[in-house]
Write a protein that binds this ligand. Structure first.
Ligand code: ADP
Ligand code: MG
Length: 622
C-alpha cells in the first residue's frame, strides 16, 4: 500500500484534554494500563458477541487474549488484543473526538487549578487519552474483524494525528506507547505484573506478558462473578466495579449472589458511594451488563432492572437465556421479567438490611439516590409496602431525615394523618406559615423537596393505614389534635369579636373577588396573619409552580386565603370592618394581605406595580 499518511486535527475538546493529561501532576499514572487493558477486553467482548451471529468474523481464532510487550531498548510498551478492531472511520471517531459524556463532564468540571484537575482524572478516568500521561507519542495499529485493510493512527498528542493504510496480518488492535523520559518504570516487567494484578485481575480475557521470549499470564482470567465469594477480596470487587461501572469511587454496597432453582443466574451488583453525574439523564436507563453464559450481550436497552434502580452497576449472567438472543427478544421476555423481579426483591431486601443495621451509612446512600428510589413508588406502587420502609424524609422537630416508622411512633394523641408539606428546599419550608399551628401542637410535618414527591404522594395514599395529608391543603384539621398546647380553642373569643371577623371576611371576599376561591378563618396560623392553601383535592401549590415552570400549565386555579383570627393586624382590621367607609380604607390592606401571602408562598406577584403603590399608600397613613 502506498497511500500517504493523512493528517487530521483533534476535536478542540480532545486537544484541551490531551494538554491537561500530558501535564497532569497526577500521582497514579499507572492507571493508563488499566484503561488500555479495559478497552482491549471490551473489544474482545464485542467480537465474541458479534461472532455468535456471524462466525466468519472469528476467522483466525476465537481464543481471545491481550498481550503486553515491553521493549526497553526501544523504550516502547505495546498492548495488543485480537478483539473487534477499528477501521479508519472508527479510529477517527473513537480516538479523535470525545463521544463519551463522562469525558465531556470531566472537561466541564475543570477549574484551571492543576492539582485539583489532576484529581479529576482519577475520578472520571479519561480512557485511551490517559496514555499521554506516560507516553510522548502513541501509535495504534488496527484491523477490524471481517475487513482486509489495516490502519495506523499516530499522534504525539499535540493537536493532530495522522492516519495511513498499512498491511496488518490479523484482526485486532496494537497500541504502542513511546514511554517518556522519567517514566521508565512502565517498561519494567515487575512493575507491569504488579499493575495488572492490582487493577485488571478480574478481566476475563488472559493478559499475557511477553518478555525475553517467554510468556506469562498475569491475571486470573476468569469472570469474577463466577468465583466463590470467599475467594474474592474487597480490593478485587472494587477493581471490578471500576471496570464494569466505569466508576472511580468505592462501592457503597456489593451484592453478589447466585439464584438457583426455577431460574438460574448470577448477579454481581454495586451501589456507588458517589452520585454519578448522569443519574438524571433523560434516558433513565439501567447500565447493568447482561451476560448469557459468560458472554456479554448488552448494557443498553434491556429491561433487566427498573429505571428507579438505575444507580446500580454490575453484571447479571443468565444460564437460561439463549446465547443468540436479539435485542427484540429482550423486550418483554418472560425469563428476563422473572430475573428482574428476583433482582429487585434482592436489592430492596439488602437495602432494608443496611437501613436497619447501619442507619448512619444508609443516610449517605439516601442522600445520593433517595430521589431515584422514590420514582419506584410512582412507577410500581404495588411495591409500596417494601418501598415505604426505605424512604427517609426531613421533618419538623427532627435533626436529620427520618423513616415513616419513626414518624408514626411520634404521632400526637388524636393524630390520624401523616402530614406533609412540599416545596423547593427544607430551609424555606421550615419558615412556611402552614406549619405554625402544627408546630405549636408538637405535630411533625414531613418536608418534601424532591420534584418526584408531588407525583408518588398522589398515588400512594397511606402508610400502614395512616393517610398522607398536605398541610397546605384546606381540611388539614388541627382542632382534632390534642397536641401540646392545651389552650382552649377560640370559643373564649367573644361573640362580638366573631361578628366583626365575619364582617371582615365578607369584605375581603368582596374586595378580592376572582383573586381567591374563598376567604376563611384559620386554625393553623399562630404567627402569620394570612396564608394561601389549596382547596382539598386540588393540586398542591408547589406542584402548580413546578408545572408552570415547565410551561405545563397556564391558568392559576384560585386558592383559599386563610386568615389568622388572633393576629393583631387582623384584629385591628376587624375593628374597622363595620365602620362607615370601611371598604375604601381597608381595600389596599386587604390586597396587601394577599400580596404578602403570595410572596411567602414563593409565587410571583401578578401586579408588582400595584403592590408598590398599595404599600406606599399604607405607609403614608397616620
Ligand atoms: P471508553 O472505553 O470509555 O469508551 P476510551 O477513551 O477508553 O473510552 O476509548 C474510546 C473508544 O475507542 C472505545 O469506546 C472503543 O470504541 C475504542 N477503542 C479503544 N481501544 C480499543 C481497542 N483496543 N479495540 C477496539 N476499540 C477500541
Ligand atoms: Mg475505555
Amino acid at each position: 500500500m502506498t497511500a500517504a499518511a493523512e493528517t487530521l486535527s483533534f476535536q478542540a475538546e480532545v486537544g484541551k484534554l490531551l494538554d491537561i493529561v500530558a501535564h497532569a501532576l497526577y500521582s497514579n499514572k499507572e492507571i493508563f494500563l488499566r484503561e488500555l487493558v479495559s478497552n482491549a477486553s471490551d473489544a474482545c467482548d464485542k467480537l465474541r458477541l458479534e461472532g455468535l451471529t456471524d462466525p466468519r468474523l472469528l476467522e483466525g481464532g476465537a481464543e481471545f487474549r491481550i498481550t503486553l510487550v515491553p521493549n526497553k531498548s526501544e523504550r516502547t510498551l505495546t498492548i495488543k488484543d485480537n478483539g473487534i478492531g477499528m477501521n479508519r472511520a472508527d479510529l477517527v471517531a473513537n480516538l479523535g473526538t470525545i463521544a463519551k459524556s463522562g469525558t465531556a463532564e470531566f472537561l466541564s468540571r475543570l477549574s484551571g487549578d492543576a492539582k485539583k484537575d489532576a484529581g479529576l482524572i482519577g475520578q472520571f478516568g479519561v480512557g485511551f487519552y490517559s496514555s499521554y500521561m506516560v507516553a510522548g507519542k502513541v501509535s495504534v495499529d488496527s484491523r477490524k474483524a471481517g475487513e482486509v485493510e489495516g490502519w495506523r493512527w499516530i499522534s504525539d498528542g499535540q493537536g493532530s494525528f495522522t492516519i495511513e493504510a498499512v498491511d496488518l496480518p490479523a484482526r485486532g488492535t496494537a497500541i504502542t506507547l513511546y514511554i517518556r523520559e522519567g517514566e521508565d518504570e512502565f517498561l519494567d516487567e515487575h512493575r507491569l505484573r504488579h499493575i495488572v494484578k492490582t487493577y485488571s485481575d478480574h478481566i476475563a480475557v488472559p493478559v499475557v506478558l511477553e518478555h525475553e521470549g517467554k510468556e506469562e499470564t498475569l491475571n486470573s482470567a476468569s469472570a469474577l462473578w463466577t468465583r466463590q465469594k470467599s475467594d474474592i477480596t474487597p480490593e478485587q470487587y472494587k477493581e471490578f466495579y471500576h471496570h464494569v461501572g466505569h466508576a472511580f469511587d468505592e462501592p457503597w454496597m456489593t451484592i453478589h449472589y447466585r439464584a438457583e432453582g426455577a431460574l438460574e443466574y448470577t448477579g454481581l451488583l454495586f451501589v456507588p458511594s458517589m452520585r454519578p453525574f448522569d443519574l438524571f439523564n433523560p434516558d433513565r436507563k439501567s447500565k447493568v451488563k447482561l451476560y448469557v453464559k459468560r458472554v456479554f450481550i448488552t448494557d443498553d436497552g434491556h429491561e433487566l432492572l427498573p429505571s428507579w434502580l438505575r444507580f446500580l452497576k454490575g453484571v447479571v449472567d443468565s444460564s437460561d437465556l439463549p446465547l443468540n438472543i436479539s435485542r427484540e427478544m429482550l423486550q418483554h421476555n418472560p425469563v428476563l421479567a422473572k430475573m428482574r423481579s428476583g433482582l429487585v426483591k434482592r436489592v430492596l431486601t439488602e437495602l432494608k438490611k443496611k437501613a436497619e443495621e447501619e442507619p448512619e451509612q444508609y443516610l449517605a446512600f439516601w442522600s445520593n439516590f433517595g430521589a431515584v428510589l422514590k420514582e419506584g413508588l410512582y412507577e410500581e406502587p404495588e411495591r409500596k409496602d417494601d418501598m415505604l420502609d426505605l424512604m427517609r424524609f426531613a421533618a419538623t422537630g427532627e435533626e436529620g431525615p427520618i423513616s415513616l416508622a419513626r414518624y408514626v411512633e411520634t404521632m400526637q394523641e388524636g393524630q390520624e394523618a401523616i402530614y406533609t408539606l412540599s416545596g423547593d428546599s427544607v430551609e424555606t419550608l421550615k419558615k412556611s406559615p402552614h406549619l405554625e399551628g402544627f408546630t405549636a401542637k408538637g405535630v411533625k410535618v414531613l418536608l418534601l423537596t424532591d420534584p418526584v414527591d408531588e407525583f408518588w404522594i398522589r398515588g400512594i395514599h397511606d402508610y400502614q393505614g395512616k393517610v398522607f395529608k398536605s398541610v397546605a391543603e384546606a381540611g388539614a384539621d388541627l382542632s382534632k389534635l390534642a397536641g401540646k398546647d392545651q389552650e382552649a380553642k377560640s370559643e373564649d373569643a367573644g361573640k362580638e369579636e366573631d361578628g366583626k371577623l365575619d364582617a371582615l371576611l365578607a369584605l375581603m371576599k368582596m374586595v378580592l373577588g376572582e383573586g381567591v376561591k374563598d376567604v376563611r378563618r384559620s386554625d393553623r396560623l399562630t404567627e402569620s396573619a394570612v396564608c394561601l392553601v389549596a382547596a382539598e383535592g386540588e393540586m398542591s401549590l408547589h406542584l402548580e409552580r413546578m408545572l408552570k415552570a415547565h410551561k405545563q400549565m397556564e391558568m392559576t386555579p384560585t386558592r383559599i386565603l386563610e386568615v389568622n383570627p388572633k393576629h393583631p393586624v387582623i384584629l385591628r382590621m376587624a375593628g374597622l370592618a363595620e365602620e362607615e367607609g370601611a371598604e375604601g380604607r381597608l381595600r389596599p390592606r386587604i390586597e396587601l394581605l394577599l400580596d404578602q401571602a403570595r410572596i411567602v408562598e414563593g409565587d410571583p406577584l401578578p401586579d408588582p406595580h400595584g403592590f408598590a403603590k398599595r404599600l406606599a399608600a399604607v405607609m403614608l397613613e397616620e
